[in-house]
Structure formats: structure tokens, C-alpha cells
Design a protein around this ligand. Structure first.
Ligand code: GLU
Length: 473
């Protein structure tokens, strides 16, 4: 990765995640945060969290909390911040005053109606509609008289000629002609700064070296670069990551399942699975699919980012989650499962150790919630369906079950001994495994499908198994 022209290779890396707190932290935002965080970690740099809360109508404290919670769940810890733009108003005003004094910005008294009329005229003439520069000071130009009782906006004096060009880390070189760009309003009539301006001042003050963000911001970049140049600021390197699409190629939305990061812990996903999955959305390292965050940070240098949008694939996320559930410590899984099982009425007295149950069941669980639901087998009273019982508990089976129950009283209680004992009972009564295992499962667990019967019996324990069989014999 080469450093941008104005930032030397020895400049310490400083990246930021700058969400607008207008809703939950969505998957796209989390992925952008992950890339910025990992890049800072790769270079031993600094990762900054900045809350862009100047849109007072749409920003809420709940959304700020949702972002902080999401980042925390993922473990994307910031080194500086959170900085809130609303707490930096004075600084923005200071920079606006400086730009007015330097002549890189100017007061514009055109009313919104007048600006609209200008645009209309240009549209009619087949030109790109833009502000016509009425109030833009130029050497030798006389400005109109200032209208009484009208508060001006402040406009940035965008260069009239030439291009803005940057080597986007993801998209390659992007060049925009200055003729395409308006003199951007940087402060409203009440003096409040506008969005792009706050971003520029923040990136400047926070000495951001790499701006990694969604490609919905590509259009803002040339304006931001021009303002940074006018301020004499070093330019960061920009990387605009394509958005995440649903499997149908449409913009990711609720239709595609949960889009809020914090819905995933609620559904039983592990943060390491989510991180691993997000890392592969729009970035690759050969064929590697499963890797730790330590490994990811060691690899992630902004190369190998994809130019085309990534597609969200819930099945793959589930597969990765299953992988991490299998690796997870059973004590950790128990802590996550217990509240769910308690909610579902689990009775833990006289029941097997939850961590042992985890060991038996986690191989097949895609989520912690699935694991908890499967584990309930051991923590509720069996209520076998009467019709199923009649179907499977035939007269032919009864003597075999009786012999089984008798031998249960003395057999060594582990699956290594239970398994051959069951086989002997089957042989003695000329039965096949399913004929015998189905009614046994129904009686002991209330269900027809369970993991291997010997392992299930071992976990239930001799007393519970005998007690449950007694009812039928
Ligand atoms: N606040 C912007 C957003 O949430 C991001 C701005 C930026 O990264 O420059 O989309």
C-alpha cells in the first residue's frame, strides 16, 4: 500500500468510523468500521469513533447507543473518541471565520428563490444547474448591494477550472472537473455548518490518514478535497467500499433478514463469526474463509478490496457461526444459552450438566438459539404424542424394553457399555435398531429425533431413564 502524496509513509496511520446516528448499526456500517479498525491495527495506528450527529431531526441518543453497543459487541474498540460533531460547533465556526478572512469562502445573500431561478435558467439553457456566482468575490468585480434583513449563507470558493483527482484505494483514479461543482454552502443563514464541511474539519483536526467509507460518499469526496486543499490540510487517502446487496442483487434491507448488527446476538450469532463473515464481504485473501481477527489484521492492508458490490449470504454466515460454535468454550455457550432456556421453562434440577449437553449438540447448531432449543430435550418433562406412542410402542417391543430396563439397573452407565448392551437386547428379540430406538426415544425424551441414543441415555443418567421407562412397563 503506498501512502498518498501529501501524507508521508512515516505518518502514523489514523482511521475513523463516522456513523450518523439515525438508526441501528447496520451490516454495511459495521463492515466499514471493521475495515477502518483492522487497517489501523495492521499498522499499529489509531482508530477513532466520531458520531456525526448534526442532523438534529434524524439523530437520536438511542441510535448513538445502538452504534456503541454494536461496536462493543463486535469488539471494534476505538482508541480515541467518541467525538460528537454537535460538541464541536465552535471549532467549525472558527474555521468558517478563518476561511472568510482568507477569502476561500464568502457570504452569499442570494435567497433560495433566487438560487432556484438561476438553476431554472441554466436548465432551460441546457446547462448543468448551479449557483451562478453572483456573490462570489473576484478581483475587480463589484458585488451587488447587501439586501437589508437578509442573513447570508457562507459558500466555499470552489476552484473554477481544473480537475480534482484522487487515487481511490478501491475504485482506482477518480477525476472530477471543477466545472461540475457548485460553490458549496458551508454554513447556513443561522451560522450552523453543513455536513461536508464538518467532515472536512474533523478529518483535518483528527489527522485522519485513511478515509474508508461507503461508496455513497464518492460524490462528496471532490468537494471535501477542495476544501481540505483550501485549508492547507494534508489529504487523506480515500477508499470507497461498494455497498452490500441482498442475494437478489437489491440493496440490503429488512426483506433480506436482519440488517441491524444487534439483531445477530439476539438470534444467537457469535461476534467472531460476524466479524469473520463481514471481513469476507468485499475483501479476500486467496481462498481463505475462516480466520481470526488477529490474522485478518495481519493481512488487511487495503489491497484485495473488491470493486463490485458484495452479496449478503445468510447461509454462509450461519455456516461460519456453526464453525465458531464448535470452537467455543462450553462454559461460554452455557452462559449464552441459560437465559433462553430459562425463558422456555427449562428445569435444571436432576438434569444433565449443560456444558456436557453443549458438547453433544453443538456440532449441528448454526446458532446459540438453535443449540438452546435443541438442549431443551434434557430440561423438560417428556410429553410424547399419544398417537406416536401407539404406533411405535407395539406388543412386539414390550419384552425387549423390559429386558433393557432390567439391564439398565446394573450396566455401567456410559455409552461405551450402553451401546453393546442395546445391541444384545436387539439380537435377543430379533429387532432392528429403529424399531427399538423410536419408542425408547419417545418415552425418555418425548421426541422421535435425538442425537445417538446411547449418548442421550448417558447424559440423562440411570435414574431418570429408569424412572421414565417405568411408567410404560
Ligand atoms: N456519517 C456518514 C455516514 O454515516 C459517513 C461519513 C464519512 O465516513 O465520511 O454515512
Amino acid at each position: 500500500m503506498t501512502a498518498p502524496a501529501s501524507i508521508s509513509a512515516s505518518t502514523p496511520v489514523r482511521t475513523r468510523f463516522a456513523p450518523s446516528p439515525t438508526g441501528y448499526l447496520h451490516l454495511g456500517g459495521a463492515r466499514t468500521a471493521l475495515f477502518s479498525w483492522a487497517y489501523a491495527r495492521h499498522f499499529g495506528g489509531t482508530f477513532i469513533l466520531r458520531i456525526e450527529d448534526t442532523d438534529l431531526e434524524r439523530s437520536t441518543p438511542e441510535a448513538v447507543q445502538a452504534i456503541v453497543d454494536g461496536m462493543q459487541w463486535l469488539g471494534l474498540n476505538h482508541d480515541e473518541g467518541p467525538f460528537y460533531q454537535m460538541q464541536r460547533m465552535e471549532r467549525y465556526r472558527e474555521v468558517i471565520a478563518k476561511m472568510l478572512a482568507d477569502g476561500t469562502a464568502y457570504h452569499c445573500y442570494s435567497s433560495p428563490e433566487e438560487v432556484e431561478a438561476m438553476r431554472e435558467r441554466m436548465r432551460a439553457a441546457g446547462d448543468k444547474p448551479r449557483y451562478d456566482g453572483t456573490w462570489r468575490p473576484e478581483p475587480g468585480k463589484t458585488l451587488p448591494p447587501v439586501p437589508a434583513d437578509r442573513k447570508p449563507v457562507v459558500r466555499f470558493k470552489n476552484p473554477l477550472d481544473g480537475d480534482v483527482s484522487w487515487d481511490d484505494v478501491v475504485k482506482g483514479t477518480i477525476t472530477i472537473s471543477n466545472r461540475e461543482m457548485d460553490d458549496l454552502i458551508i454554513a447556513r443563514p443561522d451560522g450552523t455548518p453543513t455536513y461536508n464541511f464538518c467532515v472536512v474539519v474533523d478529518d483535518w483536526d483528527m489527522q485522519i490518514t485513511h478515509v474508508i467509507r461507503g461508496d455513497d460518499h464518492v460524490n462528496n469526496t471532490p468537494r471535501q478535497i477542495n476544501i481540505l486543499k483550501a485549508l492547507g490540510a494534508a489529504l487523506p487517502l480515500y477508499g470507497h467500499v461498494p455497498m452490500i446487496l441482498g442475494a437478489d442483487g437489491e440493496k440490503l434491507s429488512k426483506r433480506h433478514g436482519a440488517v441491524s448488527v444487534m439483531d445477530y446476538p439476539a438470534q444467537g450469532y457469535l461476534p467472531e463469526a460476524m466479524l469473520n463473515y463481514l471481513a469476507r464481504l468485499g475483501w479476500s485473501h486467496g481462498d481463505d474463509e475462516i480466520f481470526s481477527m488477529e490474522q485478518f489484521c495481519a493481512w488487511f492492508d487495503l489491497d484485495h478490496l473488491s470493486k463490485s458490490p458484495a452479496q449478503f449470504n445468510p447461509e454462509k454466515l450461519a455456516w461460519i457461526n456453526n464453525h465458531y460454535i464448535k470452537l467455543a468454550d462450553n462454559a461460554r455457550l452455557e452462559a449464552l444459552m441459560r437465559p433462553l432456556m430459562e425463558r422456555d421453562g427449562a428445569v435444571f434440577a436432576n438434569a444433565p450438566d449443560v456444558q456436557k449437553v453443549c458438547g453433544l449438540l453443538k456440532e449441528r447448531a448454526n446458532t446459540v438459539n438453535e443449540l438452546a432449543a435443541a438442549a431443551m430435550l434434557f430440561y423438560r418433562q417428556p410429553q410424547p404424542d399419544a398417537a406416536l406412542l401407539t404406533q411405535h410402542f407395539t406388543d412386539a417391543i414390550k419384552p425387549a424394553l423390559a429386558e433393557f430396563a432390567e439391564r439398565c439397573a446394573t450396566v455401567e452407565w456410559n455409552k461405551e457399555s450402553l451401546s453393546p448392551m442395546i445391541k444384545e437386547v436387539l439380537a435377543n428379540h430379533k429387532l432392528k435398531m429403529p424399531q427399538f430406538a423410536m419408542p425408547l426415544r419417545l418415552m425418555v425424551t418425548g421426541q422421535l429425533q435425538t442425537p445417538a441414543i446411547d449418548a442421550v441415555l448417558e447424559l440423562f443418567g440411570r435414574d431418570v431413564v429408569l424412572q421414565r421407562l417405568q411408567k410404560y412397563l
